[in-house]
Design a binder for this molecule. Structure first.
Ligand code: G4P
Length: 526
């Protein structure tokens, strides 16, 4: 039996971050196909396939055809165990998407070559960047007309502040797309539009050699030589440390739909991406190879199986080995619990697992004992750092239609804030004003629907004009400072001071007016 260290070193846990339609589902599918985890394309793609929209309470989701279930996918490739965390992106974009990133050790940033860096990618990038995890960039859809590759790299720097190191370089795009030049392996991979799955590889001993002119044609060859020498001279050098710190992004070009460049991306990724990294806890740094099991819950999903109306808590294992049926400590609840029905996920199928290691994600049946951010430990008791709250983008004032239902409302609110569906804020004005915040607008509908159907509470949600929440740091802060401004002083569920702003402009105004105060986009800034 292999040791915990061996098992941990084989694991890579990643999240794919992208804007809707960049090709995340397509890329995920191709990766799973390589690992033999699925047999045909179309198995992951829930969003346009009603067969997979299984949750019953989420009638809204069914109507809109949104998938909720493919939360984690794992597969094996070349002796590695790869865990892909799904980051819901379309209308189901929510705080869950951000929280999922806290469970990943690296991110793959997928960009549509014709569109460049888009809004959602930027938001997800910022969360990854704050965590300092390595980010691997894949520029997709090279089989279509794309923007100039240098422009795309410049955009990474201008919009995201991220320097890049192209691992390969495209030879043309769209109808002129001929393939890629792999800078590390020094070979050309030729793309054949009529048979894109069949990649032909030509070793390159001299990039200026006549054999390449013959292969690519004079104009394309000359352009490749010029562009690659420009990268060599003026581009950033390859720097492993910067890559692992998230300061330099290795960049790849390819076409997910044609499965072109995907395998070579995967192999480079596996070589460069980190194995599971340790986490900071109340007892200091916990190494993944520590023999005692530990982990934290980053996501709770209600009623994944309509037959059981259960909740599943997703736990990222941070250290040690998990064994089915083991007893662990639940420090927040101050009790021991037995983990008897752990589940592992592959797309829609759930499998009962026997063992898992640091880096893996397991799903735990939750009879209502877990909250997002909970730590579970097999050995000595400790807790991992608190799971941050992320700034919502939509806010509503909430009132209950029937005051007699207040108790039910509070119970539902408790449950749904624990699951992370909504964030709750209270006005500091002395008025009994309750405000809900969500990252994705759909969450308001989910909240209303579940309150009505599970707790029998009808409410009125009145939209407010705010778009940003900032947690405030600074001793000189008083809510009264902001009385005359458009911003709204509130407190979060833990009683921390938060300011709601209408836009970036009013946030900047506050930052300039009160330089002693710091305005954080996440709750755990200390
Ligand atoms: P998402 O999960 O990021 O939202 O993207 P998804 O994979 O669903 O891809 C969005 C669209 O882009 C799909 O087309 C998909 O086929 C296409 N696509 C993905 N990768 C590539 C690529 O490398 N090249 C080209 N040319 N297209 C790509 P669709 O028409 O919206 O959906 P479908 O009918 O093909 O499923």
């Amino acid at each position: 039996m292999s040791s915990i260290i061996d098992q941990v070193s084989k694991r890579k846990t990643l999240a794919i971050i992208s804007h809707p339609d960049a090709g995340k589902t397509t890329l995920t599918e191709k990766l799973l196909l390589f690992g033999g985890a699925i047999r045909e394309a179309g198995m992951v793609k829930g969003k346009k396939n009603s067969k997979f929209a299984t949750s019953d309470w989420m009638e809204i989701e069914k109507q809109r055809g949104i998938s909720v279930t493919s939360s984690v996918m794992e597969f094996d490739y070349n002796d590695y165990r790869i865990n892909i965390l799904d980051t819901p992106g379309h209308e189901d974009f929510s705080e869950d998407t951000y929280r999922t990133l806290t469970a990943a050790d690296s991110a793959v940033m997928l960009i549509d070559g014709a569109k460049g860096v888009e809004a959602q990618t930027k938001k997800l990038f910022e969360v990854c960047s704050q965590r300092g995890i390595p980010i691997f960039t894949m520029i997709n859809k090279m089989d279509r007309e794309t923007r100039d590759p240098f422009d795309l790299l410049e955009e990474l720097e201008e919009i995201l502040g991220m320097r890049s190191y192209p691992m390969n370089w495209p030879i043309g795009s769209g109808s002129d797309f001929q393939g890629i030049y792999d800078r590390k392996h020094q070979h050309v991979e030729i793309y054949d539009a009529s048979n894109p799955n069949k990649v032909k590889i030509y070793p390159v001993s001299d990039i200026e050699g006549a054999d390449l002119t013959e292969l690519l044609g004079e104009a394309a060859h000359q352009r490749l030589v010029e562009e690659v020498s420009l990268l060599d001279v003026a581009g950033d050098p390859y720097d492993e440390e910067k890559i692992l710190n998230g300061d330099l992004t290795p960049t790849f070009f390819g076409s997910a739909i044609s499965n072109f460049g995907v395998q070579s991306f995967l192999e480079h990724f596996l070589f460069m991406a980190p194995a599971p990294v340790g986490r900071v806890s109340s007892e200091g740094y916990v190494d993944p190879s520590n023999k005692d099991f530990s982990g934290f819950i980053f996501k709770i999903q209600a009623n994944m199986n309509p037959a059981h109306r259960d909740r599943i808590a997703f736990l990222r294992i941070c250290s040690g080995k998990f064994e089915r049926g083991m007893s662990v400590k639940h420090p927040r609840m101050k009790k021991s619990i037995k983990l008897s029905q752990p589940q592992q996920f592959l797309a829609q199928e759930r499998n009962i697992i026997q063992e898992a290691y640091a880096g893996d994600i397991i799903g735990l049946f939750d009879p209502g004992i877990f909250q997002i951010g909970d730590t579970l430990c097999g050995g000595k008791e400790f807790t991992y750092s608190e799971m941050p709250l992320f700034s919502p983008e939509h806010f509503s004032r909430v009132s209950i239609k029937n005051a007699l239902k207040k108790k039910h409302f509070l119970k539902g609110l408790q449950q749904l804030t624990e699951e992370g569906t909504v964030q709750f804020f209270e006005s500091t004005s002395g008025l009994d004003e309750m405000i809900l915040g969500v990252v994705g607008e759909l969450q308001f509908e989910v909240f209303e629907y579940r309150m009505q159907h599970e707790y029998g509470v009808d409410m009125t949600l009145q939209r407010l004009p705010y778009q940003l929440a900032r947690w405030i740091e600074g001793d000189s802060y008083k809510p009264a400072l902001f009385q005359a401004s458009n911003a709204k002083p509130v407190k979060d569920k833990q009683g921390r001071h938060v300011m709601l702003f209408e836009n970036e402009y009013s946030l900047r105004w506050a930052q300039e007016r009160y330089p002693d105060l710091k305005f954080h986009s996440q709750s755990n800034f200390s």
